[in-house]
Design a protein around this ligand. Structure first.
Ligand SMILES: [Fe+2]
Ligand SMILES: [Fe+2]
Length: 298
């Protein structure tokens, strides 16, 4: 195992993250101007990352429709992110339940719950501002999320959190510095990127520390759980109903997106860094890798 994966002292990491949280945390109520007018003609995410980019359906859309679809896709990603943050809050609260509340680790986990509470509100306000539906994941995934929040734990739980956080992070970083993007979504993304960097460190540290404690059978079980959760979350990000916003039948739009090499590339691009980390950490490997390949995540 490489030097970067040596477990660090959990208390030291957590206390540094607590300091960083005190220095740089945002309140979406006051830090974002929700009344500012939306900029006309600006996309909501890079158009080449929209799921239909490059397809025949895409060629049939006007520039206005492409921007409209970018708005609905980012609204879908935000609503699925928000749903996952609510699941994550449950996971973190259950994680803290058994910890010594005096520890920096417990206090940072509680701080992260606070961050995610504000993020969920921020994404909800953004979706409202865009006038888009709160798409969320499809029904089955919504139902599975309820069970996952109540039961999941251990390295695959932190691994799945990393997949969701790092994948959205990659897309948000690509949007936040681009002057051609809608200013409101750039600000939302900037706030999220700053605060998620801490969450990623916390979860990576937990994975690095806990994977080596697993026996062979446990490791395989966690690999399967991680692969299936990553598949479920990443596949849920674009709710097929988004295609209705530009007059495309949801089933037809989804089929075109799944067959679209650009969209497959986008999925792999979003999870590239986190999959490299999880492979190094040992959580990605063995027969369950086929699930991740089928989902175009590796
Ligand atoms: Fe978040
Ligand atoms: Fe987070």
């Amino acid at each position: 195992m490489g030097r970067a994966l040596q477990p660090k002292d959990a208390e030291l990491v957590a206390s540094r993250l607590l300091d960083a949280s005190a220095r740089g945390s945002y309140d979406p109520h006051v830090d974002i101007d929700w009344d500012a007018p939306l900029a006309e003609g600006k996309a909501y995410m890079p158009l080449e990352r929209v799921s239909l980019y490059g397809t025949d359906l895409w060629r049939g859309l006007s520039q206005e429709q492409r921007i409209e679809l970018s708005k609905h896709e980012i609204a879908s990603i935000a609503s699925v992110g928000l749903w996952f943050e609510i699941v994550l809050m449950q996971l973190l609260v259950r994680h803290v339940y058994d910890l010594d509340p005096r520890s920096a680790h417990a206090q940072y986990a509680l701080t992260e719950v606070g961050d995610e509470t504000r993020h969920a509100i921020m994404f909800a306000k953004a979706i409202t501002r865009f006038g888009a539906p709160a798409y969320g994941p499809v029904k089955l995934i919504h139902l599975l999320g309820k069970g996952y929040g109540a039961l999941a734990g251990g390295p695959s739980m932190f691994g799945a959190v990393l997949v969701a956080e790092e994948a959205t992070d990659r897309l948000q970083r690509a949007t936040m510095d681009d002057p051609d993007m809608q200013p409101l979504i750039r600000m939302v993304n900037r706030i999220h990127v700053v605060e998620e960097a801490r969450h990623v460190r916390f979860a990576r540290e937990a994975v690095t520390r806990d994977v080596p404690k697993l026996n062979r059978a446990q490791l395989e079980a966690h690999r399967w759980l991680l692969a299936l959760t990553a598949f479920g979350v990443m596949d849920a990000m674009i709710n097929p109903r988004v295609y209705r916003s530009v007059g495309i039948d949801p089933r037809r739009g989804r089929a075109a997106a799944l067959a679209n090499p650009h969209h497959r590339d986008t999925r792999r691009w979003m999870t590239e860094k986190v999959m490299a980390f999880l492979t190094d950490a040992g959580l990605v490997g063995g027969p369950s890798k086929k699930v991740l390949q089928a989902a175009h995540l590796i």
